[in-house]
Write a protein that binds this ligand. Structure first.
Ligand SMILES: CC1=C(CCC(=O)O)c2cc3nc(cc4[nH]c(cc5[nH]c(cc1n2)c(C)c5CCC(=O)O)c(CCC(=O)O)c4C)C(CCC(=O)O)=C3C
Ligand SMILES: [Fe+2]
Length: 341
């Protein structure tokens, strides 16, 4: 099968103070997130002048792919902020792109990390007459280049810490119900948290740490709905109570140092550790590592050149979809939301 382009599909983030509220409204539309939570998160963004690092990081990663001699044009579109994926797809159509591969900037399965990017593809294609065909690349949480980049980042961060530091992996929390529904029916659910646990195990193995924890961050939603726990800041406190003197946080759930990383980890978790007198270091995300561009190109080559998928676990290489249809019937079905039909 031949392809005319690569579409880099990401979450999007505000690029100035006036963008923050409308961006947050886009993210949470119809999701039952209380306005108080939005007020709180708006303050996090305003600490950074209303600019999330995420768009610039995506542009830098795209430049790295282009600079590696990659032979397809690369387009950039987002779910929640400009450049919006609908507009990017319209531009691709004008450029006579007929069939494109899509790289979603999330390594994992689950509704928010995978299936929602399929919904973005559906939405974008519905907005463009005679839209290009879009084939989404697979999940890559266990790819050796992804694991290798994180393992080296953990080694580099460990230099700042006492030898007996505790290794703590963190990923974005999701509602427990969403994690339960993650994966195709019959697999037993929890595809998201199981993949996060597996990637964490592979990185810990690569750096030779037998003891480590997997925790969650950045929970949203109304307080009465259970989300994956423990939270990373609560966990830092629990480790302190256990007499742990240093913590190395590895944001395994993310590919770049966007706001959830620079605020929730580099500010909140780091400040709490400092108050408790604990040493703290944070491993870099793979976005800036040359292996990240290599990974994207290799995932593309699986489709264009029949390159064999490289994986370090025996989990299914899922998430490859055509024109936004789920990768298996009823895979990672969105939760039924109160008030929505
Ligand atoms: C699994 C997952 C990933 C990882 C996979 C992936 O990377 O795609 C992720 C990434 C991100 N999440 C991000 C930002 C936000 N997520 C929110 C809200 C939510 N995230 C959720 C899940 C995830 N989110 C969920 C279940 C919600 C509740 C609302 C809903 O049901 O959809 C909110 C609303 C306010 C709040 O935090 O309450 C914001 C602002 C940014 C951009 C940061 C920047 O701007 O730099 C990124 C990369
Ligand atoms: Fe999020």
């Amino acid at each position: 099968m031949s392809y005319d382009a690569l579409l880099w599909l990401s979450f999007g983030g505000p690029e100035g103070p006036a963008d923050v509220r409308p961006f947050l409204e886009n993210v949470t539309r119809g999701r039952g997130v209380p306005p108080e939570r939005l007020d709180e998160v708006e303050v996090h963004y305003q600490h950074f002048g209303g600019v999330s690092p995420i768009n610039a990081l995506n542009r830098a990663a795209i430049d790295a792919v282009r600079g590696s001699g990659f032979d397809l044009p690369v387009y950039f579109g987002n779910r929640n902020w400009h450049p919006m994926v609908e507009d990017t797809l319209a531009e691709m159509k004008r450029d006579c792109v007929r069939r494109a591969l899509v790289f979603p900037t999330s390594a994992y399965g689950g509704y928010s990390a995978c299936r929602q990017y399929d919904e973005d593809i559906l939405r974008a294609r519905a907005a463009v007459l005679d839209a290009p065909e879009l084939v989404k690349l697979r999940q890559f949480f266990d790819h050796p280049l992804f694991i290798g980049a994180f393992a080296d980042a953990v080694r580099a961060a460990a230099v700042e810490l006492p030898a007996d530091y505790r290794l703590v992996f963190t990923a974005h929390s999701v509602p427990e119900s969403a994690d339960k529904a993650a994966g195709p029916p019959g697999e037993g659910g929890h595809r998201y948290s199981r993949q996060v646990a597996e990637a964490s195990r592979l990185v810990a193995l690569a750096v030779g740490r037998e003891e480590y924890d997997v925790v969650w961050q950045s929970r949203s939603g109304p307080p009465q709905i259970p989300w994956l726990e423990p939270d990373v800041v609560d966990h830092v406190e629990a480790l302190h109570k256990d007499g742990v003197s240093g913590v190395l946080v590895c944001p395994i759930g993310f590919v770049s140092d966007h706001l959830e990383v620079v605020w929730d980890l580099d500010t909140e978790a780091r400040d709490r550790a400092a108050e408790l007198g604990m040493a703290f270091a944070r491993a870099a995300t793979p976005n800036g590592d040359p292996r990240f561009a290599e990974l994207v190109v290799e995932l593309v080559r699986e489709h264009t050149d029949g390159v064999a998928p490289r994986k370090l676990s025996d989990f299914t290489a899922a998430g490859c979809t055509v024109n936004g249809a789920p990768c298996a019937p009823l895979c990672c079905e969105p939760a039924k939301r109160p008030g929505k039909h």
